[in-house]
Design a protein around this ligand. Structure first.
Ligand code: URP
Ligand code: ZN
Ligand code: ZN
Length: 475
């Protein structure tokens, strides 16, 4: 099958020009003005942007957490991602404490295989890593998992102590892989929470009030210091606050290879959402918590200046009815996380490009290219170039939508509320193409379950990013 996208404005992290894009099979094979070529299918993209498909490097599909399981599985989650203009996700597989990470990988392959609408990869959540099992990390890299998440939060659940973090970082350095860090001082936070509960402070707002930004900043500072001594890169996930960003900046200024992502919820929502009546605040219980509004402009500045390189969703949906409600009497029992995988591209375009905070090139860089580079997928993913996978979105910069659980154009996630209910956006993905196949067009899914493939990701090479040669060498 061949596909010709005509007359569009092609935007990558560095390009901005009008051209036709020809796709033969799964990859882009020609880009040029007025291409004189026959194609099985032709799409006229006049007046539209032709951008690399979004890459969301932080999702939790079918994830057991907080005594329940996240509401989207790999089928509904990747379908919703596709409707929202995302063509690749990287989800978090979980190691059961005391067991092999390779077992965890098998479990996550079983959850995803044959279900996905778009391509997918896995990071591995490491819950323990004694010295005798460090070799597993290299084996995971051979399987295409070149990044791991460790938690400084959630003591007794996912938490790793500093010795484990240092050991895993050293090994990652030797293997050319990346540690992703949930940076919050969970030990101190748990003490604050115990006091709050003892004082009868049980409403959702106490989730935020017991997780001070200084404890996120402390986690970031410690993660960067340990990475510095281990002489390895580190990636801070879901950074939410000015204080934490300052620590990233300080570390980068002294030469730490620190990367960081933020998420739409920290750019568009704030702590006041916890005050919503009738327990509605529970919808926004996520970790880190939503912050005071003034933090948002600091995060935008971090994106503009390059101290934050990616925008992921941390999509971790729990229904209000039956799941969030588990914590009606005690906020610590509200499962942590919120949906968003479908909304990221439109929100960032509207608030970023539309809000005159970032350029079109920066939009692509933050939502696609940098994730591909950081996680060993570039230039196969994250750009539009000859030889790259034809993961492309035709984005209408003028299309208006109101994000709502009731809007069939904006809500395909299997969760009974929208984090961004009522948000009006200008700019929306019209057509989503995954490896050359049109999978979303006219608000309709045209693909089939299982079209999405597992992506083996490449390793770092002496702190340099993987290249097309590294990707080609993957079997
Ligand atoms: O609240 C969140 N973020 N839930 C998902 C788990 C995590 O820490 O990323
Ligand atoms: Zn986390
Ligand atoms: Zn997460």
């Amino acid at each position: 099958m061949s596909l010709l996208i005509k007359n569009g404005r092609v935007i990558t992290a560095v390009d901005d020009y009008h051209a036709d894009v020809f796709i033969d099979g799964e990859t882009v094979t020609m880009i040029g003005r007025n291409l004189d070529v026959q194609a099985d299918q032709v799409i006229d993209a006049a007046g539209k942007l032709v951008i690399p498909g979004g890459i969301d490097p932080h999702t939790h599909f079918d994830m057991p957490f907080g005594g329940t399981t996240s509401a989207d599985d790999f089928e509904s989650g990747t379908l919703a991602a596709a409707f929202g203009g995302t063509t690749t996700i990287v989800d978090f597989a979980i190691q059961t404490k005391g067991k092999s990470t390779l077992e965890g990988l098998e479990t996550w392959h079983a959850k995803a295989e044959g279900k996905c609408a778009i391509d997918y990869g896995f990071h591995m959540i490491v819950t323990d890593m004694p010295p005798e099992r460090l070799g597993e990390m290299g084996r995971l890299a051979d399987e295409g998992l070149t990044s791991y998440k460790l938690f400084m939060a959630y003591p007794g659940v996912l938490y790793s102590d500093d010795a484990t973090i240092f050991r895993a970082m050293r090994q990652a350095g030797d293997d050319g892989t990346m540690i992703c860090m949930h940076a919050e001082n969970g030990i101190v936070i748990d003490e604050i929470i115990k006091r709050a509960i003892a004082e009868g402070k049980t409403e959702p707002k106490w989730h935020a009030l017991t997780r001070p930004t200084r404890m996120e900043a402390e986690g970031v500072n410690r993660a960067l210091a340990i990475a510095e001594v281990a002489n390895v890169p580190v990636y801070i996930v879901h950074l939410s606050s000015h204080d934490a960003l300052e620590e990233v900046r300080r570390g980068r200024d002294r030469g730490v290879h620190a990367f960081a992502e933020t998420c739409p919820q920290y750019l568009f929502l704030d702590q006041s959402f916890y005050e919503r009546p009738d327990f509605e605040g529970a919808k926004y219980v996520m970790t880190p918590a939503l912050r005071e509004k003034w933090n948002q402009e600091s995060l935008w500045r971090g994106l503009q200046l390059g101290d934050l390189q990616t925008i992921a969703t941390d999509h971790c949906p729990f229904c209000f009815t039956g799941q969030k409600e588990l914590g009606r009497e005690d906020f610590t029992k509200i499962p942590n996380g919120a949906p968003g995988v479908e909304n990221r591209m439109a929100l960032i375009y509207n608030g970023g490009v539309g809000g005159k905070r970032i350029s079109l090139n920066k939009f692509v860089e933050l939502t696609s290219t940098n994730a591909a580079k950081t996680f060993g997928m570039f230039p196969k993913k994250g750009t539009i170039a000859v030889g790259s996978d034809a993961d492309i979105v035709i984005f209408d910069p003028n299309r208006k939508e109101t994000i709502s659980v009731k809007n069939p154009h904006t809500h395909h996630m299997k969760v009974d509320f929208s984090t961004y209910e009522g948000f009006e956006v200008v700019g929306y993905p019209d057509v989503t193409i995954s490896r050359g196949k049109v999978i979303i067009e006219n608000n309709t899914y045209k693909g089939k379950k299982g079209d999405g493939r597992f992506i083996k990701r490449a390793r770092y090479n002496n702190l340099l990013r993987a290249t097309s040669a590294d990707l080609a060498a993957l079997k």
